[in-house]
Write a protein that binds this ligand. Structure first.
Ligand SMILES: Cc1cc2nc3c(=O)[nH]c(=O)nc-3n(C[C@H](O)[C@H](O)[C@H](O)COP(=O)(O)O)c2cc1C
Length: 346
């Protein structure tokens, strides 16, 4: 599958998640099978570009290509400038956020709220494409099915975006109004796919290879995009890729391998955030890794008391060594519960 001229390793993608899909996590997802991963959103507000938060989000050191950066905002010129800024910092694909119930940017609602104003949405798409096309950088769009149950306008926006030069569209099967309630629906995604000639990625509640296969078949989409299920379980990508290729389940990973990859993940995380912030922001990742494991909840509570990297690494290693004595493989993820939470701050 291609986005512009970029050939992707496969059609199982990592969804952008603010506060989660930072560079260390994206690299892990790609290493463990994701064919593509989009950054957390970067604000289009120039006054915030020099903040630590934005500069970390624009850090792509060592990340395998293609480097895809999501931008969020409500002003066409500012979005075009943000695209150019990120291209100068290594972005090879620019993704426009119309998918996330984001916070306000410049007193206007960004993200999926843009779907309420089709004219503005299209102006943004056109301005971003105009900034990216001369640099041969494809533009993609991440959207929801619409902004309300009675206003599902994904097909109209996707069609207009394709005409404006967008190279791929990803659709989360919920409306903005829904937030994360209810179930994702795939009829609208199928309609979007049928209306377009560019690739379409289906997103929302895809938590297994089986579900990925069903959604691909039902919608005709070219790719699936997985979000929350990958939290603490980045090997889900190779499991889904394997299932799509063979129709069989991969054995769960060895506990020892998960221990190693989590320790490497943490080291990478501390390098990006520094020890003080890194130890604190790593807690949520560790919590996700251990959540469904025996003793995981108690470990999570105990780990939240640790304030330095050495102690955190040691505690994680000891926890997984203990688990190794009981079992050599991670438990089968039978029912993965998707969390209905979002931290979409720009
Ligand atoms: C913590 C969190 C942060 C998110 N941040 C973004 C974001 O920055 N940009 C975006 O387009 N979508 C964002 N999303 C939405 C996801 O990309 C995805 O569309 C949604 O989680 C549905 O997919 P899933 O059911 O596989 O999780 C976020 C979701 C979560 C849970």
């Amino acid at each position: 599958m291609f986005i512009g001229s970029f050939a992707l390793a496969n059609n199982v993608f990592a969804a952008p998640m603010a506060g989660v899909t930072d560079r260390p996590f994206r690299m892990l997802c790609k290493k463990l099978g994701a064919g593509y991963a989009v950054s957390e959103m970067v604000t289009s507000r120039r006054d915030l570009w020099d903040t630590l938060k934005t500069s970390r989000r624009a850090n792509h050191n060592g990340e395998p290509e293609p480097i895809a950066v999501q931008i969020a905002g409500t002003d066409a010129q500012m979005m075009a400038d943000a695209a150019a800024y990120n291209i100068d910092r290594g972005a090879q694909i620019i993704d426009i956020n119309m998918g996330c119930p984001a916070k306000k940017v410049c007193n206007k609602w960004a993200g999926s709220a843009l779907m309420q104003d089709e004219k503005l949405a299209l102006e943004i798409v056109e301005a971003v494409v105009a900034a990216c096309a001369p640099r041969n950088v494809p533009v993609t769009l991440k959207m929801r099915t619409g902004w309300a149950q009675t206003h599902k306008n994904a097909v109209a926006i996707a069609r207009a975006a394709q005409s404006a030069g967008v190279a791929m569209v990803a659709v989360h099967g919920r409306t903005r109004e829904q937030g994360y309630t209810g179930l994702a629906e795939y009829d609208t995604i199928a309609e979007v796919k049928a209306a377009l000639t560019i690739p379409v990625a289906a997103n929302g509640d895809i938590t297994s290879g089986q579900k990925a296969r069903e959604v691909l078949a039902y919608t005709g989409a070219d790719a699936v995009m997985l979000g929350r299920v990958a939290q603490g379980r980045p090997w889900i990508f190779r499991e889904v890729v394997h299932f799509l290729a063979t129709g069989t389940q991969l054995a769960p990973p060895l506990v020892l391998d998960v221990k190693r990859l989590l320790l490497d993940h943490l080291q990478d995380h501390y390098e990006l955030y520094g020890e003080f912030t890194g130890v604190r922001s790593a807690r949520k990742h560790i919590g996700w890794y251990v959540k469904s494991l025996p003793g995981g909840e108690a470990f999570r509570a105990q780990m939240n008391l640790l304030g330095d990297a050495g102690a955190q690494l040691h505690a994680v290693a000891t926890f997984f060594d203990g688990l190794c004595e009981a079992t050599d493989r991670m438990p089968l993820a039978a029912a993965v519960e998707n969390k209905n939470e979002e931290e979409c701050s720009v």
